[in-house]
Ligand binder design. Structure first.
Ligand code: ACM
Length: 543
């Protein structure tokens, strides 16, 4: 445990935000005293009563951490105290659901009592998603200005408890929370994960499981890639064969599947309960074989191609010159917009290699206003930058570090003209890239992406010539040509997903691989306790 001890004694170097200097010094002094006390004997493991998880051993790194004072200990008498708001009660019930199975304590959620875990919505400089956590002998208080902030604070509190808290059977405890204060707000408003449910279909329960894992790291956007050559996954009443026929295939010839509208609403509801907004993607005009196979009229030659179960890209296109194409787009966008409380609708636009460039531009000029007509804002893959992005549109960059100079310049120019960017560089943020040559799953067209490579870049300075204000955030896509169950999703997403989450949430000044890898190692026992699979990367000092 030498790494653990070193990290505890060496106070975190970086503090940020609004904490007064005297408070920082005081906290520092207390930590040094506490560390001294702990290191007199054998080094106790973090998460035991003698050594609570250090207050800064959290992913994403909080904006400001001031450790100090006595720890709080959750006991069978602990209450979860909420203010009178429905939102605080909801966050309290969620916390209770996490804590009750492993602690075995009743943990009533109540508006009454004095000490305990307190959740309150109040004013304060915490914005839509930030929070403050105060921990001391008499309790832990989470304060936020908005419900998402309380929820994110609850995720921090989870990570401050021993990993066994994540188990679903009663554990011996004890359940200490280190003393001190965290003040935390996110760097970016878009912190996303994309799941490709087209190449392989994933059930509502599998998607919910992934949503719960995204919530652990304060992600707030779930982008669902709902259509591609290999399968159409969402029921559209006005074009029913899209789902019933176009959804009946997947890579490798499996049964495929699709979401009914009730299924989809349930995913959206569940995501919202975890403060994630769902962004539906209908990829157009390429990646459309499943639609073209379902309706012969959508094809320029009037002949429906067969369903496709391979993994090639770039061979399909909607027929840009036919009016029925725009009837189709209007109907699909209208029905999906009606299922979408969120602001955005993703129209794809990547790898349209079978659509002549002029047609691509013409298509995007007709389709973007349809999205606006139904009250949504366009997001597209970054190829949209070459086709007059609508006012307010976002472009999602998925190129590589070292290639695509002309394309990068096009994206930068769009950004300077007001197009917002979500960054998903494939050789950093694509969770389906193999970690190394021995990774049994995934692809490698963007190279191998080990944990450090995935984490070690700065979204704010990534694309040359892009104003920092154009960067709206980051997103980690998970394409599923080679993945067909939750365990496989987890093996590819973890441990890289928390790194992308940290890039989206934490101040740039907290970025430090050596510090991060120690915090990441501490997540392993949590994933074990949750029954999740993950890649035991040799770059991470797992204990
Ligand atoms: C993509 O990877 N084709 C966006």
């Amino acid at each position: 445990m030498s790494v653990e001890k070193g990290a505890r004694v060496r106070r975190r170097r970086r503090h940020h935000g609004t904490t007064p200097r005297t408070a920082r010094l005081f906290g520092s002094l207390l930590l040094v005293m506490a560390a001294g006390a702990f290191t007199l004997g054998a080094s106790p493991a973090p998460g035991t009563a003698a050594a609570p998880v250090p207050l800064d051993r959290v992913i994403p790194a909080p904006a400001s951490v001031v450790p100090g004072g006595s720890p709080y200990r959750i006991t069978e008498d602990t209450r979860i105290r909420v203010d009178g708001s429905r939102e605080a009660r909801r966050a309290g019930e969620y916390l209770a659901d996490v804590l009750r199975p492993s602690t075995g304590y009743p943990l009533p959620v109540t508006e009454h009592g004095r000490s305990g875990i307190r959740l309150r919505l109040a004013g304060g400089p915490y914005g839509a998603e930030g929070y403050r956590l105060d921990s001391g002998r008499s309790g832990v208080t989470l304060t936020a200005a908005a419900p998402a902030g309380l929820f994110h604070g609850v995720q921090t509190l989870r990570q401050l408890l021993p990993a066994a808290v994540e188990k679903d059977s009663v554990q011996p405890g004890p359940w200490p929370v280190a003393g001190g204060t965290i003040e935390d707000t996110p760097r970016y408003g878009w912190r996303g994960a994309m799941l490709d449910v087209s190449r392989h279909f994933f059930s509502v329960d599998e998607v919910k499981r992934y949503i719960d894992q995204l919530a652990l790291y304060k992600l707030n956007t779930l982008h669902l890639h709902l259509s591609d050559d290999q399968g159409w996954r969402i029921a559209i009443d006005s074009w029913p064969r899209l789902a019933t026929y176009g959804g009946s295939s997947e890579v490798g010839g499996g049964p495929g599947g699709h979401y009914t509208k009730a299924d989809y609403r349930e995913i959206v509801r569940y995501a919202a309960s975890r403060h994630l907004e769902v962004v539906p993607e209908i990829d157009m005009p390429g990646h459309t074989n499943a639609a073209l196979a379902s309706y012969a009229d959508l094809n320029c030659d009037g002949v429906a191609p067969p369903l496709y179960t391979g993994t090639a890209v770039g061979f399909s296109s909607l027929c840009v010159g036919k009016e029925i194409t725009y009837d189709f787009v209007d109907d699909v966008v209208r029905e999906i917009a009606a299922l979408t409380p969120g602001r955005y609708l993703h129209i794809g636009g990547d790898e349209a290699h079978s659509t002549p460039h002029d047609d691509f531009v013409r298509f995007m000029e007709r389709v973007q206003p349809v999205v606006a007509k139904y009250g949504k804002t366009v997001i597209g893959w970054h190829q949209l930058a070459g086709a007059n992005p609508a006012k307010g549109a976002l472009a999602q960059y998925w190129g590589l570090d070292r290639t695509g100079g002309a394309e990068k310049e096009l994206v930068a120019e769009a950004a300077r003209n007001g197009t917002g960017l979500v960054l998903s560089p494939a050789d950093r943020a694509y969770l389906d890239m193999k970690y190394d040559k021995d990774t049994p799953l995934g692809l490698s067209w963007a190279g191998y992406v080990e944990v450090r490579r995935s984490y070690d870049w700065d979204p704010g300075a990534y694309l040359p010539g892009v104003p920092a204000s154009a960067v709206r955030g980051v997103e980690a896509p998970l394409w599923t040509e080679t993945l067909s169950d939750s365990g496989q999703l987890e093996y590819m997403a973890f441990p890289r997903l928390p790194g992308i989450a940290e890039l989206g949430w934490s101040p740039a000044a907290t970025h430090d691989w050596e510090d991060y890898r120690v915090r990441l190692a501490a997540q392993g026992p949590r994933w074990d306790a949750l029954g999740m699979d993950y890649h035991r990367s040799p770059q991470v000092p797992w204990s």
